[in-house]
Every structure is written in structure tokens, then in C-alpha cells.
Design a protein around this ligand. Structure first.
Ligand SMILES: [Ca+2]
Ligand SMILES: [Ca+2]
Ligand SMILES: [Ca+2]
Ligand SMILES: [Ca+2]
Length: 354
């Protein structure tokens, strides 16, 4: 540790890197400065999504599609404001830690060409991966093999097939889901690897979870049609909890892993038209309930430890960066009774000859 010896310590804070690979011990002696040291593998604990500066806190960010190319505006909790031009309109917004350095990397998936684009924070280099899948595929990054590095994965909405490129376990395909399921990647059983999961709106609003090592977990019926899945570790026990945000009554509903997904609780947070953007904004290892309001560009964050805060960041037309809910919000199946409209033929992505 790079600090003076023989000082009295007023405060010790453990901060986790976004993957849990690096744990940083921060020692602050009030009035005498702050210094830090990294302690590897102290915990394989919860991580903060969208943590671009690696301080264990989710950062606030929006993507502005116009003019092209898109601009990412980041409000990083440790290192402050940054803007970065990346992607185009229509890209799926999928930041995650693809190089395992503990910081989220700016990233998009483009369903029209099947490429997964990222700017890797560790090496500051651009990464381009051909997923060989185009069309109705939803990008679902997660750490499916539990090595601490995010894996690129696609879910085909018409077939329920997953195409996963795991950083250590290699490529695999899984038939886990049916048409119009909403894919989710979270570590529901706390083994350090994300489950392949779907929230089935079509039949009975049931969550189907699949552990790549041990197979299916017990299905959990939770939610109603139209709910947006917002799963994450809200109580900080290292296991993701099943959660939804309900757009019509603005309630967040939870059923906890620690209770074997029995029982539930809920409370209101948000308003009509809001976008749920859960994350760990105060860095205490528990997810915080949060919404972004397109009308006023405010982030309303109900932190698990430090009270609530309202942050003005973004403008109408921006997309809030939330890798946990972006796909659920933007690629939901149509409301019941809403006829499905095919896009005009000129708007359909070109299929690659194979
Ligand atoms: Ca941060
Ligand atoms: Ca990274
Ligand atoms: Ca991985
Ligand atoms: Ca928190």
C-alpha cells in the first residue's frame, strides 16, 4: 500500500471492480489524504453494470444518435465527464467488460451486419467480432462461463436460440426459449456465472433459468404481461433477484433469491414513459432502483445506501445506457392485441449469403 505508516484510519471502504476480479481497498484518513491498493479475488461478488471507470459504482450515460456517428456521453462517478463517438442509430447498446479489466467497455451490436463492436478500455483498441447471425437477434452480454470477462451472446427472438461466444468456455448454442421471450443474463444462483434466462410473456409470465454447468433451475412465475424485467442483486447476497418494472402502475416488484423466489415486495418509483435503469450507483454491492425520464432528461435514483438523488443528464431523444434493460425496453414484443407490423422491405436487414 502506498500510504504513510503509523496513521490512524478513520474509514475503510471496500470497492469492487465491475467484474469482481479486482477488489480495491480504499483507506481514507480524514485530513491526511486517501490512498488505495488492489487486492485480487477478495470477493467474487456483485458488480456494477455500466461502470466505465472501475470504481464499483454504475455510471450515468446516454447515447445520442444524431448526428451520425452516435455520441456516447458518460458521467463517470470517479473520473468525470467523457464523450465518445461510437455506433449508429439502430445499434443495440451493450456496454460490458469484454477485456476483463474491471471497467465497462463502450460497445454496440449491429443486427444488420452481425458484428459486435467494442472499444476495449484496457488496451484502448477497437474490437470487431463477427457473430454470424443477423436479423431478429437481441444481444445479451453476460459472463456465462464465470471467468470475470463478459461474453458476447445473441438471442434469436423468432426461435428462442442462444448463440454464445464464451471467453473461456468457447462457442456454444443453446435452445432455451420460445418466440417473444425476453432474454436476461444474471447470476441467480450465485455461482459466479450468469444464467441463460428468459422471461416468458407469452403464456404465463414465467422466468426460466438455465445454469450452463448444472442445467435448468426451478422456473419462477413472476410478473404480468408488459412488465419490463429488471433482475439484479438488490439485497447484496451475491445472487440476482427476479424483478420487474411495471410501466402502467410504475411499481417495481421483487422476489428474492434468498427466499427461493417465494413471496414478493413492491413499491412505486417512476412515471409513465420512464425507462428503468437499475444499477449500483452508490457502490454498496446492492442494485438501486432508478429510472430515466425522457421528458426532462433526469435520472431518478433511489440508492440502497445513500438516499435518493436526481441527476440531470441527457436530453429528449437520447437513449439511456442500461445494458441490463436496454433490450427489454427496446425489443419487447408487441402489446397484446397489437397487430404485428412487418417493417417495409427496404428496411429489412440484408441477409448474408452463407
Ligand atoms: Ca463508476
Ligand atoms: Ca474493460
Ligand atoms: Ca466469460
Ligand atoms: Ca446500491
Amino acid at each position: 500500500m502506498d500510504g504513510p505508516a503509523n496513521v490512524s484510519v478513520d474509514e475503510i471502504t471496500f470497492m469492487r471492480g465491475s467484474t469482481g476480479l479486482t477488489t480495491r481497498l480504499v483507506v481514507a484518513t480524514h485530513g491526511r489524504g486517501v490512498w488505495t491498493t488492489d487486492v485480487d479475488n477478495l470477493a467474487n461478488g456483485p458488480y456494477a453494470p455500466n461502470d466505465f471507470d472501475g470504481d464499483g459504482r454504475s455510471d450515468i450515460a446516454v447515447v445520442r444518435n444524431s448526428p451520425t456517428p452516435s455520441t456516447w456521453h458518460l458521467r463517470k462517478s470517479l473520473t468525470g465527464y467523457q464523450s465518445f463517438q461510437y455506433g449508429v442509430s439502430g445499434d443495440q447498446i451493450v456496454p460490458d467488460d469484454y477485456d476483463g479489466d474491471g471497467k465497462a467497455d463502450i460497445s454496440v451490436f449491429r443486427a444488420s451486419d452481425g458484428y459486435w463492436y467494442a472499444f476495449l478500455s484496457g488496451s484502448e483498441t477497437y474490437s470487431l467480432v463477427n457473430m454470424y447471425q443477423t436479423g431478429d437477434v437481441t444481444a445479451v452480454p453476460g459472463d456465462y462461463d464465470g471467468d470475470g470477462t463478459a461474453d458476447r451472446a445473441l438471442f434469436r427472438r423468432s426461435t428462442g436460440y442462444w448463440y454464445i461466444r464464451a471467453s473461456t468456455a468457447g462457442n456454444f448454442e443453446v435452445d432455451w426459449g420460445v418466440e417473444d421471450d425476453v432474454p436476461v443474463a444474471e447470476d441467480f444462483d450465485g455461482d459466479g456465472a450468469d444464467e441463460i434466462a428468459v422471461f416468458r410473456l407469452k403464456e404465463n409470465e414465467t422466468w426460466y433459468l438455465y445454469n450452463f454447468e448444472s442445467g435448468p433451475l426451478a422456473p419462477v412465475q413472476f410478473g404480468v404481461y408488459g412488465d419490463i424485467p429488471t433482475a439484479g442483486d438488490y439485497d447484496g447476497d451475491g445472487k440476482a433477484d427476479i424483478a420487474v418494472w411495471r410501466p402502467f402502475d410504475h411499481y417495481w416488484y421483487f422476489t428474492y433469491a434468498v427466499d427461493d423466489f417465494q413471496g414478493y415486495e413492491g413499491f412505486p418509483w417512476g412515471a409513465t414513459g420512464d425507462v428503468p435503469v437499475p444499477g449500483d450507483y452508490d457502490g454498496d454491492g446492492k442494485y438501486d432502483v432508478a429510472v430515466w425520464r425522457p421528458g426532462d432528461g433526469n435520472w431518478y435514483i433511489r440508492q440502497s445506501t445513500n438516499g435518493y438523488q436526481v441527476v440531470h443528464f441527457g436530453a429528449a431523444g437520447d437513449k439511456p445506457v442500461s445494458r441490463k434493460t436496454w433490450n427489454a425496453v427496446n425489443q419487447r414484443p408487441a402489446e397484446p392485441g397489437t397487430p404485428r407490423r412487418a417493417p417495409p422491405s427496404w428496411a429489412r436487414p440484408q441477409r448474408r449469403a452463407s
